[in-house]
Design a binder for this molecule. Structure first.
Ligand SMILES: Nc1ncnc2c1ncn2[C@@H]1O[C@H](COP(=O)(O)OP(=O)(O)O)[C@@H](O)[C@H]1O
Ligand SMILES: [Mg+2]
Length: 401
């Protein structure tokens, strides 16, 4: 209210919109109605960086397109920003939050990870992903340190930063042993070492010129790279945008990660946590191979999912304070272990899940929610909740002062 010349006038009230108008159409809405589905909130202004990714599966995905649609339906304003431009930070001014589902290619992830932390630290502006959600993305060394420090069950793992330590280790190690470059997707940079000679070869390379992609023993793991390169050549001849799964791969040099081999797993369980939801499916190994990631052979039957894997997913996501988290889970002597975590995934596979498990915080329990859900919708819904101060989603340090 203002008071000038003895006249009292009311300022325009803030424009208000429904928080979750889309939820009302969904089966899950009833679960939320009692809590915050019907909240009315201030009209938001959300900065969104476009993402448009050609996936390893050959599919295309864009979360930003969907987020723009959802924001428009919900009555919020969006601002398309360019994270690569010099006036990027100016373009965030007046915005309530920033969203960018940046993929694994270094051109995106090197910038995305830095920006999320800078915006958090310098502007105190909420982002999706939060820096805690993404700082270890495409960095298996960082994941090792995070999982270890958080006491998450994993296979034994060793990261060496010096040649002599690595050499001493491979002399005494028990084989087979898993070796992983720090970056890489779809198993492209994960190998089984059968003996010291194979380990020695990698150490010589890593503590020499470094490596961008592991040498191939069979054509199968090479296939994604070869097919990408052939299709990129064709695309550039046709003047089309090239795909970038392996383009500009960084060089790893001066460090090496080994992991205990966990035998007798014919699949891994991929759990995807988004807020208080868990989606899960099994990925079968490639034929004659120990690796499941990128095999393309997926079983979405929820009755085949070990609920302990779902609980482990919720537990780890809470421990590391992630908005979203994918976990690749194996079984070692009847105990579950996490072999990789990430924040990015191919959304279509999560969308195909026939339902998800919901974490009921008050009961410390999980319950099944029937029906498919788009992960981009779930992320957007949670982000609106975060901006609206939903106590389930708020990390006070992530919010504007
Ligand atoms: N320590 C391990 N023991 C046995 N199998 C493993 C181990 N680590 C990974 N795998 C298998 O290899 C696949 C790829 O490994 P992962 O670390 O998830 O790399 P990527 O980033 O390529 O997905 C996993 O999906 C799993 O099936
Ligand atoms: Mg993986």
């Amino acid at each position: 209210m203002t008071n000038s010349q003895n006249k009292v006038t009311l300022r325009d009230p803030p424009e208000l919109v429904l928080l979750y108008p889309l939820s009302l159409d969904r089966k899950s809405a009833s679960l939320r109605q009692n809590s915050f589905a019907l909240y009315v909130m201030r009209k938001l202004r959300i900065a969104i960086q476009a993402d448009d990714s050609d996936l390893m599966s050959g599919k295309r995905q864009s979360f930003s397109e969907r987020w723009q649609e959802l924001a428009a339906i919900a009555g919020h304003e969006t601002v398309s920003v360019d994270a690569y431009s010099e006036d990027f930070f100016d373009s965030l001014s007046g915005c309530d939050g920033f969203m960018w589902y940046f993929p694994n290619a270094p051109f995106y992830s090197d910038l995305g990870k830095r920006l999320m932390l800078a915006i958090h630290q310098g502007m105190k502006l909420p982002t999706f992903p939060s820096w805690r959600t993404c700082w270890f993305f495409e960095d298996k060394h960082a994941q090792h340190y995070l999982l270890k420090s958080a006491g998450v069950p994993t296979p034994s793992a060793w990261v060496f930063w010096g040649r002599s330590d690595a050499e001493a280790f491979i002399k005494e190690a028990t084989y087979p042993l898993v070796f992983k470059l720090s970056f890489g997707i779809a198993s492209a940079n994960v190998r089984l070492l059968n003996n010291r000679k194979e380990a020695r070869y990698l150490i010589d390379r890593l503590f020499g010129d470094g490596m961008s992609i592991l040498p191939m023993k069979s054509i199968r793991p090479l296939f994604p790279e070869v097919s990408d390169r052939l299709s990129n050549t064709a695309r550039s001849l046709l003047g089309k945008r090239v795909k970038d799964h392996f383009a500009d791969a960084p060089i790893q040099r001066g460090c090496a990660l080994f992991q205990e081999f966990v035998p007798d797993n014919h699949f891994d369980v991929r759990v995807t946590i988004i807020g208080n939801r868990a989606f899960a499916f099994r990925r079968m190994n490639r034929p004659g191979d120990f690796r499941a990631s990128g095999s393309g052979s997926i079983d979405w039957d929820p009755s085949r999912i070990d609920l302990e894997a779902v609980e482990l997913g919720f537990d780890v996501a809470r421990k590391v304070d992630s908005q979203v988290l994918t976990l690749d889970i194996l079984k070692r002597q009847q105990r579950l272990v996490v072999v990789e975590i990430s924040y990015y995934y191919e959304a279509w596979a999560v969308h195909r899940c026939p339902g998800h498990w919901r974490w009921v915080s008050s009961a410390g329990d999980i319950e099944w929610v029937d029906g498919e859900m788009r992960p981009d919708d779930a992320i957007f819904e949670d982000f609106l909740g975060l901006l609206a101060g939903d106590p389930c989603l708020v990390d006070s340090s992530e919010l504007k002062a």
